[in-house]
Structures are given as C-alpha cells and as structure tokens.
Design a protein. Structure first.
Lengths: 232, 232
DNA sequence: TTCGCTGGATTGTTCAACGATCCAGCAATC
DNA sequence: GATTGCTGGATCGTTGAACAATCCAGCGAA
C-alpha cells in the first residue's frame, strides 16, 4: 500500500551524539510485503502466478498469518488478486485495464503539471530528465526505465499531495508488473527521452498549458502503444 | 480498500430456475471491516479514537487475528491509522489534509467531467441531482448529504474507470469521517443544490469546458469553506 | 525537577488446529 | 461418449492460545 507512516522505530546510533535519528524497523509483515513487491517488480513473479500462503510462509521463514497480512496489503494495491478459498494470484491485465490505468494517469499527471509547482519540485522534474539522459548515454536500459518513472512521479509531486503521490506510486508499481522490461525495448525509450525534455522545458518556462498538452499527447500515444502490444 | 472483488460466493436461489446469481457472502474479516466503516461513517467512532484489537474482537465476537485483517484494510483506505506497538486510531485531520483531499478531487472529478461520458452515465448524474432535490423538498438533511456524494461519484463514473471509482469512493469515505454531518448544516447544502443543477445541465448540453469550470469553482470554494471551519 | 526503574497493558508474531471450500480424478449412470 | 456424482487431498478462513517486544504511567531516587 505504500501506506502511510507505519513501521516500528528503533533508536540507532546510540554511540553517536548527533545521529539520534529514528530509523524505521519495518514490521515483519511489512518486510514480507516489500520482498513480494520487489519480486513482482523484477518479474520474478509473473502475472497469473499463484501464491500459496504456506509456501511463501515457509520460504520466508515467517508465519502464515503474517504472510496473510502482507497479501492483504498487496491486494489493496491491486498487485495481487485475492480469490476467496482459492488463493491469491499475481494480478493479471484484464480487458480495459490499460485504458483504466491511463485514465488515472491522465487525470492526475495532467492536472498536476497544469497547476505548476515550486521551483524545488520543478528542479526534481529536471533532475529526472537528466537522469534519463545519463542512462541513455550509458546505454543503461534498466536505468532508463526508472528514470522515466521518476519523471512522471516528479510531475505528480508538483501538486504536493501525499494522496496523489501514493496513488501514482501504486499505478507505477502496477505498470512495472504488467509492462515488464521485456516489453520495454530501447526503441520505446528513445521516443520519450526528448519528449520529456520538451515537457520539462515548457514547465520551467511557465508554459503550463503547453506542458499539459504535451504530456497528455504522450500519455495518449503511450496508451495506444501498450494497447497494440497487449490486448485491448 | 474498497478492494477489488473479494468475498466468498454462494449459490442461492436453488429453487428458482432463473435467479441462479452468485451472491456475495463476505468473509468475516470483510464484515468486520464493513461494520467499522459503518461506525466511522455514522460518527460512532470519532477521529482520534483508539481501537483496541482485543476489545473490538470481543465486541464483535471474532478473533483478534480477524480484527487485525480488517484493521489492515481500513488502514490502507486511510480511515484508520496504525501506529506500531501503540495501536490503531481513527484517522485525524492533519494540517494540509483538506488541501490534499481537494487536490485529488479536482484532479479526478474535473478530468472526468471534461471527458464527457455515455448517455447512461450522464443520466446517472442527473438522477443524483434529482435525488438531491427530492431530499431538499422533504427537508431530509441526511438524504441531501448522500445525494451530493452520489452526484460527485456519478461524475467520476463518467470516466468508466474502476480505479478512479475506487479512489473516489475512498475519498468520499474520508470526507464522511472528517466532515461529519454536524459540520454540514442545511445552509451549506442549499448552496450547491442549484450549482449541481447547473453543472449537470452543462454536461447534458455537451458544454464540457463550462461544466468543468463550474465544478472546479465549486471544489475550490468548498475547500475554502472547509478550511475555514476546520484548521488549515 | 529530573532521571531511571518497574509493572501492567497492548501489540507483533507464531503455532496448531478444525471446518469450509475448491479441484481433479474416477466411477456410475444415461 | 458425455454427463453426473462422489471422494480425497490441498488450501483457505478463522480461531484460540501463547510469548516476546514495546510502550506508558506511576513511583521512587538522585
């Protein structure tokens, strides 16, 4: 759930006078959820795969109840699908889901960029663009992917809304799951690299309408492409 | 989470040849969550109140683990706040939360209405407007509140996106919790009654831009009012 | 007053158990 | 042969109990 502020706290740096920061010590359930999220993002767990409570519990060395709690969290994020008395499965792309996801993105990304943002937040968008350029120069496909996600996350962050940030984080997690690296070839990336640049420039120049239009066009085209690859 | 399609199923209507519909038989955890949601919406549980696992478990006659699962679900919906090793509390309005909520609403409601919708969906918006009128005529304050929620829910439903619908449902649940009936006096309602009418008319006439502008103006004003009542 | 300790309460997590439900396979039937 | 019905095994849903970890209020000592 990328849920709010949960997690245990533990005093660390008992020796250091300054670093008396409260560091998170996530609960076991939280760590299980994190591990599963990781495996989902990495493509270890493919859509449709069945996750048996007992198996996961044994594999991770935790109790079945704890796994259950993690499942509930991921099901709330739409990453897992719970089918009562049958089990939990990695979410699969249903008909209309692509359009659904992009509808949400259009709503929150375009609205966020049209409202502009503080210089710091705009700088974060710029940083994501540069991150993408560096990854492209280094021919780092992996890095290109995350740079793009950072870019769109930074756009939503312009609105300074925790709730929007959470929603966007979930959507991006879904996209990592569905549109896995395999489907994201380099050709795909080079397209939007310069497009991100344009959007960012428009944003920096205060041309919010134009930035929104460009972003909207990108999202529409991206939806088309994804629809072409996967089913409707 | 108003989470996806969970729940047990049970064949009912064994006698009827036609009504072989699969009816939901929610799990115990789901029913507990539903009960808590109800109590939250009704103001039985006020923001900040502490919910002790053992107490709730005993009150509802279920196991502590089951309560835990319900808590997790409501925490994912931001209705409850989990503080590790301290307990779960009914969510409270923090600084910036009002702006946060309205930012989400602006994003998804305005974007939904600007995209228009099928005649059926538009008819649903109209139905919510009429529902409000009837409630006003009957001097039914309670009914006015839900009519307004139906109205805004119907606007988001224009986009035909399950995800947006879920998000909106959660936001509305939060608003029921925070801005309880007490703060929603009749004066408040009469304002937007005609406003909803205007928005709906513009929508029906295909004047989507204008409908969006009206809706946006309403949301901005509503945010101001709420901010005036509660803190920033 | 401040600090540190202690005890009680609550949460986090585990474990074992049992009924309910689903599913695949097989047998009986038409 | 196709349908129906049964059966056993696997898994889920839920419970109850248990114990460690953590927090908090209260109390006493410096």
């Amino acid at each position: 759930m990328a849920s709010a502020d949960q997690g245990n706290y533990d005093h660390v740096g008992l020796n250091s006078a300054r670093a008396r920061v409260r560091m998170k010590v996530p609960s076991v359930a939280e760590r299980v959820a994190e591990e599963l999220r990781y495996q989902l993002a990495e493509g270890f767990l493919v859509p449709g795969a069945k996750l048996t409570e007992a198996t996961i519990a044994e594999d991770l060395g935790v109790s079945r109840n704890t796994v259950r709690e993690a499942f509930a969290e991921l099901a709330a994020e739409r990453l897992l699908l719970r089918q009562p008395n049958k089990g939990v499965f990695v979410a699969t792309l249903e008909a209309g889901d692509i359009h659904d996801v992009y509808t949400v993105r259009r709503a929150i990304e375009v609205s966020s960029i049209r409202a502009g943002g503080s210089p710091e937040r705009i700088a974060a968008v710029r940083a994501a663009v540069e991150e993408g350029k560096r990854a492209a120069a280094a021919d780092n496909n992996e890095g290109l992917g995350s740079a793009n996600q950072h870019f769109h996350g930074a756009i939503v962050a312009l609105a300074e809304s925790n709730r929007l940030d959470t929603i966007m984080a979930q959507i991006l997690a879904e996209m990592r799951l569905y549109f896995h690296k395999a489907t994201m070839n380099a050709h795909f990336y080079s397209d939007w690299l310069k497009e991100n640049e344009q959007i960012c420039s428009a944003l920096e120049a205060g041309e919010l309408e134009r930035a929104g239009d460009l972003l909207l066009a990108y999202l529409n085209r991206s939806e088309q492409q994804q629809t072409a690859i996967h089913g409707a």
